[in-house]
Design a binder for this molecule. Structure first.
Ligand SMILES: NC(=O)c1ccc[n+]([C@@H]2O[C@H](COP(=O)([O-])OP(=O)(O)OC[C@H]3O[C@@H](n4cnc5c(N)ncnc54)[C@H](OP(=O)(O)O)[C@@H]3O)[C@@H](O)[C@H]2O)c1
Length: 248
């Protein structure tokens, strides 16, 4: 049986790393762990995981929104595998989670967040589209999932001040709904990972972390949702890690 090939971006830490860790334990699975700092430090968590599962966890350089870098990653994967079955675009940034009202946000902050959070997933999708389509041609059901955020919600917005971040994830949600519409062969959707204890959530001074879940719980939940997802049931819709459909 040929393995299921996953590509996860933002795999060095936080939720992306937890996704790779969960996938590493699955049989017949290979996961390309996308990082921007390459080669991976052998003493880092990802370095150690790759050493433990040398056939299943393959670190690869994927810098968000860098076209040359993303194309090079796709070429490297293609040398070894003729298809990719699932991409989880998880890399993301938040220029600020607090103090960034519409009145105060800078155009530079909006552009920075859009570059990584909206353009990043597009760039990796464009680089890997051919390999995702090859999965479909071989009888598979390829998936492209982008890690979004509840902060993207437009109807009934979440009352946080992260204007640039929310706008960048709202743009991402539009792109994912559009991708699902355009690509009949691919199940595409955005997913909110939950409120997760990570470097990103810790950057907020005044948002209590009491209710935050672990990256592991988030990753396990998202992988369950992704596994169940079909074009009809999940494509183009906004989900959370627990399998609840969210309003855009
Ligand atoms: N934590 C939450 O509560 C929460 C809630 C909703 C949505 N999210 C989303 O979940 C995703 C993961 O967030 P997290 O909480 O795990 O955050 P995190 O711990 O801050 O991790 C962010 C990851 O993105 C990578 N990254 C940032 N800029 C990059 C770039 N230019 N190129 C490649 N990789 C880049 C980082 O790589 P380096 O290590 O190289 O910096 C890191 O691996 C993000 O998309 C975030 O928006 C998180």
């Amino acid at each position: 049986m040929s393995p299921q090939i996953f590509v996860v971006t933002g795999a060095a830490r936080g939720i992306g790393y937890a996704l790779v860790q969960a996938l590493a334990e699955r049989p017949d699975t290979v996961v390309y762990a996308g990082v921007r700092s390459f080669p991976v430090d052998t003493n880092s968590e990802l370095g150690q995981l790759a050493a433990k599962y040398p056939d299943a966890v393959i670190p690869i350089k994927i810098t968000s929104a860098d076209e040359a870098d993303n194309q090079a990653a796709a070429a490297l994967i293609k040398e070894r595998y003729s298809q990719v079955d699932c991409v989880i675009a998880c890399a993301g940034v938040a220029s600020a989670l607090e103090g960034q009202t519409v009145r105060r946000v800078t155009p530079a902050d909006i552009l920075d967040d859009v570059k990584i959070n909206s353009t990043g997933p597009v760039t990796i999708f464009q680089a890997l589209a051919e390999l995702l389509l090859a999965s479909h041609a071989a009888g598979g059901q390829p998936k492209f999932v982008a890690v979004s955020s509840l902060a993207a919600r437009i109807v009934d917005p979440v009352p946080i001040e992260a204007t640039a971040y929310g706008a960048s994830k709202a743009a991402l949600n539009y792109i994912m709904a559009k991708m699902n519409l355009e690509m009949a062969e691919i199940v595409a959707f955005p997913i909110h990972p939950g409120f997760v204890l990570s470097d990103m959530s810790k950057q907020a001074q005044n948002i209590p972390l009491d209710g935050a879940i672990s990256p592991k719980e988030s990753a396990t939940g998202m992988l369950n949702v992704i596994e169940k997802a079909t074009k009809e049931s999940h494509g183009g819709k906004f989900w959370d890690y627990a399998g609840t459909q969210l309003q855009y």
